[in-house]
Design a protein around this ligand. Structure first.
Ligand code: ADP
Length: 334
């Protein structure tokens, strides 16, 4: 799916690496995050220490992995990248921790999905830089403590609320990543086009930016599709009209909504007079699972004000009615 911000296997890893910002100066937007981290880097370097453990949260594709790589670069250390589902077993996490060099960053994506054993191994590792491993089984089992070098854990999650509090409390810094503004996405697209050696106009870049759901990963993906399109259509450069033409061919509407977004909103409007509608009902009516709706679709719809959340369920706002071509109901008395 073009508009889902998850990493997709078809995305050429080499191309992805080519456009990934390498330093804090190349990292566009997220001003507060950059300011906080610049201070943390300087302070840690000044004291000759490793960085405090850092938790980054926010929707997928906003630059959590990228920031972690930039931090490692700035600190002059390595960054090991993994994700919670791939370190289920104690030996996975022990192996990973034992490989770390002093000061290294360990990036764990989807950290809210850590298994309990993995999480419990991490506590002493984060706090005292040691791991307690159990050797042998049953009666003869004994625990041995191993010392680890000081390291920095960078956890990334789309769902801060799903983290256990003992884990959350062990991060010295907790930072949220925001959706990007249109002008920031435009800058990202212009920069990527240059690296791809693709000609693009300012208006062409803005057209793609408006449809990118506030998300750099989606912006870059849409750019690649439009680039294919102009090449096949023999256009020398990405202009606004051709970008719009290409993206409507791919079913990306002018606000960046795709079939599932529109279906969700349409069901709310047509069957429930705009809501409130429960998450499970939305899931059933679109065939998406509830978790995907909550973590991938809703954050953007909430951000652009097409959806609001109430204790009784989700509501489609008047802006959503209008966007889909419906007349919003006149205000009802409570
Ligand atoms: P996340 O880890 O949050 O899912 P990534 O760090 O993998 O997201 O970012 C997705 C892609 O978007 C990266 O390949 C990178 O090229 C681009 N990107 C992310 N943040 C920025 C940014 N601030 N400036 C420019 N490009 C960015």
């Amino acid at each position: 799916e073009l508009l889902q911000a998850d990493r997709q296997p078809e995305e050429n890893a080499k191309q992805e690496e080519k456009i990934r910002p390498q330093s804090i100066d190349e990292y566009i937007g997220q001003r507060d995050l950059k300011e906080v981290l610049t201070i943390a880097i300087q302070a840690a370097k000044g004291r000759g220490e490793s960085l405090d453990h850092l938790l980054l949260y926010g929707p997928p594709g906003l630059g959590k992995t990228t920031m972690s790589l930039i931090l490692a670069e700035a600190m002059g250390v390595n960054c090991q990248i993994t994700s919670a589902p791939s370190i289920e077993r104690p030996r996975d996490i022990v192996g990973l921790l034992m490989k770390l060099q002093p000061g290294d960053l360990l990036f764990i994506d989807e950290i809210h999905r850590l298994s309990r054993v993995a999480e419990e191994l991490l506590y002493p590792a984060m706090e005292d830089f040691r791991i307690d491993i159990t050797l042998g089984k049953g009666q003869g089992a004994r625990t041995q403590s191993l010392k680890l070098p000081r390291f920095t854990l960078v956890g990334a999650t789309t769902k801060i609320g799903a983290l256990t509090s003992p884990l959350r409390d062990r991060f010295g810094l907790i930072q949220r990543l925001r959706f990007y503004e249109i002008d920031e996405l435009t800058q990202i697209i212009l920069r990527s086009s240059e690296l791809f050696r693709t000609e693009i106009s300012q208006a062409g870049a803005e057209e793609i930016a408006r449809r990118a759901r506030g998300t750099p990963r989606i912006a870059n993906r849409l750019l690649r599709r439009v680039r294919d399109y102009i090449q096949v259509k023999n256009h020398p450069r990405i202009e606004q009209a051709i970008a719009a033409e290409a993206l409507s061919l791919f079913n990306v509407d002018p606000c960046g909504l795709d079939w599932t977004d529109r279906r969700m909103l349409t069901v709310m409007i047509e069957r429930f007079n705009g809501g409130p509608v429960g998450l499970e009902t939305m899931a059933a009516s679109t065939g998406e699972d509830a978790q995907t709706i909550e973590e991938v679709y809703e954050p953007y719809l909430l951000q652009i004000g097409y959806l609001s959340r109430t204790p009784r369920g989700r509501i489609a706002t008047p802006a959503a009615w209008k966007h889909l071509g419906y007349e919003p109901p006149t205000q009802q008395l409570p």
